[in-house]
Design a protein around this ligand. Structure first.
Ligand code: ADP
Length: 889
């Protein structure tokens, strides 16, 4: 390290812009401006003995002054030109100065004497300009007493600020300084230790710490940090040793802390990085282990398997591209990532969908199809014929865009099973899509994948389940779809059923078109009315009205009983249900258009029988536990027919009953009335119900049509003191309410003719209210066909005459008393028959509809056709209507 130097009283000054050279620090500068080149040339280059120069900090004009600055013009010749030239030596302020030649230069009043450790001269070509590169070492602080120009550069009169050797030795005795220097050294050591961990080359710095005096060390350390110009200046200004040391300690400590913080941050980042790297490594290892064990079911393999599945799914090229894109995305994801499972689910669906898979359709054999239909379904001749026609057209023109068949009828009449028979006849798979209660369009079209928990619509889901693209798809209960704010499922269904559009059916979830044109659609509905007309337009309605009791009996004997027995693991050897009992079930336990409840009741009998059989079997097994095989020659006995017989010895303690059980074949259980009551409970319906209910005046028997087929609907009317109001109850719709008004008006208009009021009384409603109720109050009712029934009920009420219990009626009535035709005649007649009602009053214009009613039913019934309401009344009361109206309109 340099010894304390002799400082001359005058020093050539090199300005150092916005930087400070501290004693002990070494800098390398390039001098290009004429003034600095001149200075170097004259003061350093040309001198034999390397001289000293002063390096004086210069502050930028825009920076505010801190500390002591030499005022401009302090030098004798402080011309702007000269100043400019010098300032250029160590800064790039040339342009700035050029802009403002009169600019004031802020010199700091303290600087550091420096000597050149190395000098090199260069000549630029082609201009011939000379430049120097100088390596300077800071030696000691000085104070500027006077600044003056010497040619193009400045010279200052200076005095030394640093202590001499003797002064130093004395100062070092100061206990405060000792303490401060210890503190500084400790901090410096700490810094060195930290740096040592990072780089191995700090050995030299450590050596410095031992050899260099502490006041110099302070400068050297601080000079090696990146600190602000202000801090550098204040370090330069710290002439007092104690101040210098405490400042240096503070700066070293700050540097140390900042290194530590930086280290902590990098450690944190590295920690995170290494965690994922570690996971990756472990995963790699796990895969290797699994591969070694031949156990390849990890995620990666899963994805590979998925890709294979996708490849074999036969997707069209554009969809395959789309799928691959999605697969690439999946590959980049970690299984724990949020979108992973949704993306995977989507790809699984793409892979599972039957893009090309179809069930092979053999040459259609119409005869076999007819046989199969006959085998599964009793009766339904017309329906079966229509199905055969449909199949015949398909046979001739497989891609014919025939209408969609829609079976309409009450529950349990075989709509679903007919559809599945079509599938069977065509050798296609069958899939049922239940549309009952579907109000959201997304149920048909799917939810977009942006929604959480989104999934495909029911159609795409059905196709995935059935795994072929040409199944028979049953759109069950198409009349039960509704529309609300979530869209209109019917419009989506329209697209599905339209052969023009369903080639590219777009499910929102799937987001790529799927071809539905190979699917054969069949629909079912309970009623036609609720089906939106455009949808109905695409379908051919085939009505399946209810069955007659005879038909039900046949269906039960031929189809239901064998099926039920088989389903319960029974045979007719064990359980027999005689025809008489089936008839009783139909009459007493079911009152329905279809055969669903009948089937349910038969199943209940079969279950009871199965329990009995199981118990019996247990008994035999128990017995055989105690028996011992005979060891005598009897075992070898062979029967005449050659079959083996196994003999058992029965211990004498077992009673005779058990013995007979043990050998008896299972008993055949024949269902009788007692068993019916035991299993099905007391009869639910009987023929006397109507008689009981019309036992008082004011009650009439109507026939209505509901989604469960035809029904008998009683109408009850009563009167009480009031103000002439009409009360209606029983969840009635607007049309039926209006019918009640019409009926009342008609009756009031005919009060006199019908002799309904006491003599002289003209207003039927005087001081009284009328209340009409339609029982089964929980079931909504509507429609005009209760007109005649309402009139009959009111006439009965006012005349206090009972309506015939064996007569039911239906028909719309005009205000003038004409009876208009109504719908659902077959169902209504069948309903009356079910209730044991043998007389039915129908509008005359419904005569044609009677052709649909089985003749067996008609044979046992009296059908009374009427034109006017008076005719109805004539038939509805015992002995005819005694109050012959005088005039007919
Ligand atoms: P729907 O779909 O009309 O409500 P299903 O097709 O489910 O009725 O029929 C109910 C049950 O009745 C099924 O087991 C079905 O086989 C049977 N069934 C209905 N009609 C007949 C029939 N004509 N012949 C044989 N079985 C029938």
């Amino acid at each position: 390290m340099a010894e304390p130097v002799e400082l001359p009283s005058r020093l050539a000054i090199l300005p150092f812009r916005n930087q400070v050279l501290l004693p002990g620090a070494i800098i390398r500068i390039r001098c290009t401006s004429p003034s600095s080149v001149k200075l170097v040339e004259q003061e350093l280059w040309q001198k034999e003995e390397k001289g000293l120069i002063g390096v004086l900090p210069v502050r930028d004009t825009e920076a505010t002054g801190v500390g002591s600055m030499i005022a401009p013009g302090m030098g004798s010749d402080s011309s702007g030109r000269g100043l400019k030239g010098v300032a250029d030596v160590v800064g790039d302020s040339q342009k700035q100065d050029a802009k403002n030649p009169q600019e004031v230069i802020h010199w700091h009043n303290r600087g550091v004497a420096a000597r050149a450790l190395h000098l090199s001269r260069g000549v630029e070509k082609p201009s011939g300009r000379v430049t120097y590169i100088v390596v300077l070492e800071g030696l000691c602080r000085f104070n500027v007493q006077e600044l003056s120009a010497r040619g193009t550069y400045y010279v200052a009169r200076v005095n030394r600020l640093d202590l001499t050797k003797a002064e130093l030795e004395q100062a070092e005795q100061d206990p405060d300084l000792i303490l401060l220097s210890r503190q500084f050294k400790a901090t410096a050591m700490e810094l060195i230790a930290v740096l040592e961990q990072k780089q191995k080359t700090v050995g030299r710095t450590k050596a410095l710490l031992e050899t260099v005096p502490v006041h110099r060390l302070a400068d050297i350390f601080v000079a090696s940090f990146e600190i602000s110009f202000e801090e550098q200046l204040s370090m330069l200004d710290s002439v007092d040793l104690k101040v210098r040391l405490s400042k240096a300690t503070e700066l070293v400590d700050r540097h140390l802390q900042s290194i530590r913080v930086a280290e902590k941050i990098t450690q944190k980042v590295e920690g995170q990085l290494s965690k994922s790297q570690k996971e990756f490594l472990l995963r790699q290892q796990m895969r290797a282990i699994k591969e070694e064990l031949g156990d390849n079911d990890d995620d990666e393999d899963d994805v590979a398997a998925l890709e294979r599945k996708m490849q074999s799914a036969g997707m069209p090229p554009n969809i395959w591209k789309h799928a691959q894109r999605e697969l690439r995305r999946l590959r980049k994801m970690q299984p724990q990532q949020p979108g992973y499972s949704s993306s995977r689910g989507y790809l699984e669906l793409l892979a599972d969908l039957p893009w090309q898979k179809v069930s092979e359709e053999p040459e259609l054999d119409l005869k076999a199809a007819q046989e199969s239909l006959d085998q599964d379904h009793y009766g339904l001749v017309k329906v079966k014929q229509r199905i055969i026609e449909y199949l015949a057209v398909r046979k001739l023109k497989p891609d014919a865009r025939g209408p969609v068949l829609c079976f309409v009828g009450p529950p349990g009449v075989g709509k679903t099973s007919l559809a599945s028979s079509i599938a069977k006849a065509l050798n296609r798979k069958f899939v049922r899509i239940s549309l009952g209660g579907v109000k959201d369009e997304a149920d048909i079209r799917g939810h977009r994948r942006t929604y959480v928990g989104s999934m495909p619509g029911r159609l795409i889901d059905g196709l995935k389940r059935v795994a072929v693209s040409n199944p028979v798809m049953l759109l069950d209960e198409i009349d039960k779809t509704g529309s609300d704010v979530r869209g209109d499922p019917a419009s989506a269904l329209l697209e599905v059923l339209d052969p023009e559009q369903n080639k590219t059916f777009n499910d929102h979830y799937l987001n790529v078109p799927f071809d539905l044109s190979k699917v054969i659609f069949v629909a079912t509905a309970n009623r036609v009315q609720p089906i939106p007309p455009p949808l109905l337009d695409r379908m051919e309605v085939i009505e399946l009205p209810g069955y007659t009791p005879e038909e039900k009996l046949k269906i039960a004997m031929k189809h239901l009983i064998p099926r039920v027995l088989e389903q319960h693991g029974l045979s007719s050897e064990f359980l027999q249900i005689p025809e008489g009992m089936v008839k009783l079930i139909i009459q007493r336990y079911t009152r329905e258009a279809g055969v669903r409840n009948l089937e349910r009741n038969l199943a209940a009998l079969a279950r009871a029988a199965a329990v009995k059989l199981a118990e019996q079997k247990d008994c035999v097994v128990q017995l055989s536990k105690d028996v011992h095989p005979m060891t005598t020659s009897l075992l070898d006995t062979r029967l005449a027919d050659g079959s083996d017989i196994e003999m058992e010895v029965i211990p004498m303690s077992i009673n005779r009953q058990d013995i007979s059980n043990a050998f008896a074949s299972p008993l055949t259980l024949v269902v009788d009335e007692a068993m019916l009551e035991k299993v099905l409970g007391p009869p639910r319906f009987d023929d006397r119900e109507t008689a009981d209910r019309v036992a008082s005046p004011g009650v009439s028997v109507g026939l209505v049509w509901t989604s469960f087929g035809g029904e008998v609907q009683f109408v009850e009317a009563t009167t009480m003191v009031g103000k002439g109001d009409l009360h209606l109850t029983g969840q009635l719709g607007d049309v039926i309410k209006e019918s009640a008004q019409i009926a009342l008006t008609w009756v009031r208009a005919r009060t006199a003719d019908l002799k309904l009021s006491a003599a002289g009384e003209t207003n039927l409603l005087e001081n009284r209210d009328i209340h009409i109720h339609f029982p089964a109050g929980a079931v909504p009712k509507d429609g005009p066909s209760a007109g005649v029934t309402l009139v009959t009920s009111l006439v009965s009420l006012f005349s206090q005459k009972k309506v015939r219990a064996d007569t039911a009626m239906t028909g719309e009535m005009t205000l003038r008393g004409l009876v208009l035709p109504v719908g659902g005649i077959k169902d209504k007649v069948l309903a009356a028959h079910r209730y044991g009602i043998r007389r039915v009053i129908l509008p005359e214009r419904n005569l044609k509809d009677l052709a649909e009613v089985p003749s067996a039913i008609l044979a046992g019934m009296e059908i009374l056709l009427v034109k006017r309401i008076e005719d109805v009344l004539e038939q509805a009361f015992e002995g005819g209507c005694p109050w012959k109206p005088q005039s007919k309109l």
